[in-house]
Structure formats: C-alpha cells, structure tokens
Design a protein around this ligand. Structure first.
Ligand SMILES: Cc1ncc(COP(=O)(O)O)c(C=O)c1O
Length: 475
C-alpha cells in the first residue's frame, strides 16, 4: 500500500485547516487504534508523518535558495544514518533531497531507494579500498577523511582516469564542541578529518591540493545536536577561508564546492520547529558572505532536523503499578527504540504524550510517574518522575520527536523485535467515520521472532558443539 502524492496547494490548505503537526499526530494515533495497527501481537509501532517530512524538505530547499546566488549548484544530501529506511530515502529523493552515506549498508539503502549517484555523498571515516573503488565506479562524491585515505585515492584515481566522482577532503576546523561531547566533531582531538590547527596541517592541505587537481571540495561537519549555530557557522567560515587560500595558491578556482555537513539542532522540548533552516542559512550568509556569491557550489548533510519531528513511537501500557509511592507505567517502548534517551537521559530527554486505550488524548489527572520500557534493567525508562496524565493498563504512550536516530536505529537488547513502521497521510476530504481520514502505508514490517532466531545464529545452532571435529567457517 502506498500514499498518493498531492500537490503543494492541497497540502498547505489542509495543514492550515487541520491545525498543524500536533493535531495530525493526534488523529494518526486515534486512527492507528481504530484501524487495528496496534494489536496484542504488535503492542508497539512507529509512525511517520509524510506531510511533515515533505514540509521540512521544502523548508530546507527554500532556505538555501533564498541565500544563494542564482544558478548556484546546491545538493541537500540527507544523512542516511538518521533514518535508514528505503521508503523515507525515496520520499526525500522525490523532494529533491539526495543521500549522505557512511557505510556500504547506507549506500545500498540509498541505491535501493533510487537516489542517483550524482546526489550521493560518501563520508565514512573508515572507508576500505574496496569501498573507495566502488564509489569511483559509481560516480558518487567522496570526502576523504585523512592523508592515508587520500593516498589510497591517488592510486585509485590513477586507475580510473574517467571517473565522475567529485572528491573532497574533510577538515576539522577545531572550533570547539557543543553540549554533547559524543556528537561534537570539531574539538581539538576529534577523530574526524584533518585537524587544521595542528602544526603544519594547514600548509599540508594546501600542498595536497596543489598536487591533486582532482581534489575539488572541502568538507566540514562541526557536530550534531547540542552544537550552537554560531559555532557551526564558524566551522564553515574556517573551511571557506581555507578554500580561498588554496584557490589563491593554485591560481584558479580548484576548490569549487564546500560541503557544510549537517547538525541543525532539533527542539525536543515542544512542537515548535526551531531553529529553522532559514535562520541557519541567513546566519551562514552573514558569517561567510563570499560563500554565497555564486563562486562555490554547496552540499549540505542534514539528518535529524529533517526527520526528528515527524516520527512517533506509540506503545501500549502493559501494566500499571507503583513502587516507593511512585506510579510506574510498564510499556513496550524502551531502550530498544530510545537507546540514547535511556542511557543518557540528560542529553536526550524525550517528550511523552499520554493517550487512552482508544487513542484519544488522555484526560486523566496529571501525576508524577515513571514511563518504563520492557527491557530487563532498571534504567530502562523513557521518562522518570515525569508529570503526565496518570497512565493505566491498556492506555497508550507516545514518544514524540523520534523520527531520527530512534526507532529506525534499533538496539537488539533482550532480543526485542524491531517494530513495524507506518507512514501516514490524511485524505483531503477526511472520512465519514472516526479514524477513516488517515491512511497508513507500511514503511517497515515488524520483525518476527523467527527472524530474530535466524539473525541470532539459528542456522548455526550446532556450530559450537564439542563433538564437532573442527570449527568450519561455513556461512
Ligand atoms: C558527516 C556527517 N554529516 C551529517 C551528519 C548529520 O547530522 P545531523 O543529523 O545532526 O544533521 C552527521 C551526523 O553524525 C555526520 O557525521
């Protein structure tokens, strides 16, 4: 089943009528219950708001179109790691958004979605020679991470003189980190790129470009969630100044494109979509005006900001209990879906919404309570001591803003199954009955226990038995 496209006017009209994303989400939750998506066999599902994703893609395109000179080549490449789902990549491709991939698996997903080679960028810090060779054969853009990788590319480029891959070098401007250390990629000692402020580094980069006429891009990504926009813009300015220096040294515009990475932070505290792409694009233009005068092409690699707001995990409360005077709702959504939140709740707080068993926003009295997941460790909590309408057995909880880096990046603790993921869109004419107006399309089928067994060595059940003469490496 698929969801028909409609034109922008229809979509915008309906969104205004319908009260925007939060109201759409409420109607989708209700419809998911009425239409039987949430069942005894499937007590947790994930939902994706198709109109919301399209709107974010349009906002991204418009924001950069407004600050770039006419005819500037701009490629927005979605960071596949954020939501590695083929139908999502295809939807974004339809919206003119390409793919930034960082592994053979992500590249395969982008190709399965039909993302063209010229809209694909390969960025991993640990590319093998075979991966680099394949990238050149396909004609996808490659950003080398370090001098050794550039050395490998020297040999591969010499062997493939007709290749069409734009090749860049990732630089670390070392402008500092944001509030989440693990996602700050422009610190003094970050593992990514060539550390520009280290002694001799900058001069080395200039020499490396002088020696390689095919090195035409610089890439920088200052970090993800938690990095202030001003810091991101400073990282971009450092890359631009380096590009200008290289081009002056070469005597022509060898560096013709800057890849600015992703990293626009997401507001996890409310439904407001802030900061916006427009704010960031204007800040970039004001901080680095020369980058927008038409001499440079641009690549962006946003992930979280395109998808986060458009995903919802919906889970049933299996049991409601209490301990030490605190109510606890034991649900089916925990560490397997919200891994970062469960292990590092201070950095990754998630909003949780309460619905009754019919999928209507709960009207129960608000009390402080824990929302627990199904995994067998005490810290498996979606929310701790959170004031929410009191949850009872059979009620539903929704983990909001989970469209990026959450349910699509499953964590297999306790062999908990990957849930089904369903895209939703509303019919312009609504529907006669409750729940009719929302149509769902399967994005990913729920994982079965048979699949879990098969992926967990099931076919090799005898492999470790003592009576086997040797350990054959059969697959
Ligand atoms: C090189 C690169 N580009 C883009 C992204 C996407 O960042 P975000 O999802 O914060 O936009 C990442 C995230 O890790 C990245 O490493």
């Amino acid at each position: 089943m698929g969801l028909n496209r409609e034109n922008d006017r229809d979509r915008d009209d309906r969104n205004v009528r319908a009260g925007g994303a939060p109201a759409r989400r409420d109607r989708a939750v209700r419809a998911a219950v009425v239409q039987g998506l949430l069942t005894e066999e499937q007590p947790v599902i994930a939902l994706l708001d198709v109109d919301g994703i399209r709107a974010s893609a349009a906002a991204l395109r418009t924001a950069f179109a407004e600050v770039t000179a006419p005819d500037t080549a701009v490629l927005h490449a979605f960071a596949v790691k954020a939501t590695p789902l083929v139908p999502v990549l295809r939807l974004l491709n339809d919206e003119g958004i390409g793919a930034e991939v960082a592994s053979p698996g992500e590249l395969a997903l982008a190709r399965a979605a039909g993302v063209p080679a010229e809209h694909t960028v390969l960025d991993s810090p640990a590319k093998t020679t075979a991966e680099l060779r394949e990238a050149l054969a396909l004609g996808i853009a490659v950003n080398a991470d370090n001098p050794q990788e550039l050395g490998r590319l020297d040999a591969l480029v010499a062997d493939a003189p007709g290749h069409r891959s734009p090749i860049g070098l990732r630089v670390n401007p070392q402008v500092g980190g944001g509030s989440i250390g693990a996602l700050s990629t422009a610190t003094a000692t970050s593992k990514f790129g060539v550390a520009l402020r280290d002694e001799g580094s900058r001069a080395w980069v200039v020499r490396a470009c002088l020696a390689r006429p095919w090195l035409t891009r610089l890439h920088t990504h200052t970090g993800s969630q938690g990095v202030p926009l001003e810091l991101m813009a400073r990282g971009v300015r450092a890359a631009y100044e380096l590009a200008e220096e290289i081009n002056a040294a070469v005597g022509r515009q060898q560096i013709d494109t800057l890849d600015l990475g992703g990293g626009l932070p997401v507001n996890f505290a409310s439904d407001e979509e802030t900061p916006t792409y427009a704010t960031y694009a204007r800040l970039l233009r004001d901080t680095v005006p020369g980058l927008f005068d038409g001499r440079y092409g641009l690549v962006t690699e946003f992930g979280r900001s395109l998808l986060a707001k458009h995903g919802t995990v919906l889970a049933r409360v299996e049991y409601a209990k209490s301990a030490g005077g605190r109510p606890i709702a034991v649900t089916h959504a925990g560490a397997q879906l919200a891994t970062r939140t469960v292990y590092d709740p201070a950095s990754w707080p998630l909003r949780v919404a309460a619905y009754d068993a019919e999928g209507r926003p709960s009207t129960a009295q608000a009390v402080a309570q824990d929302v627990a997941g199904p995994a067998c460790f005490a810290g498996d909590l979606l929310a701790e001591n959170r004031t929410l309408p009191l949850l009872g057995q059979g009620d539903l909880v929704a983990a909001l803003d989970t469209g990026a880096y959450y349910f699509s990046n499953h964590y297999a603790y306790n062999s908990l199954a990957r849930p089904g993921i369903y895209g939703f869109a509303e019919s312009p004419d609504g529907g006669d009955n409750v729940g009719d107006g929302v149509r769902f399309a399967t994005v990913r089928t729920p994982q079965t226990v048979e699949e879990i067994v098969a992926e967990s060595g099931g076919p090799h059940a005898d492999a470790l038995r003592a009576d086997r003469e040797s350990l054959p490496r059969d697959r």
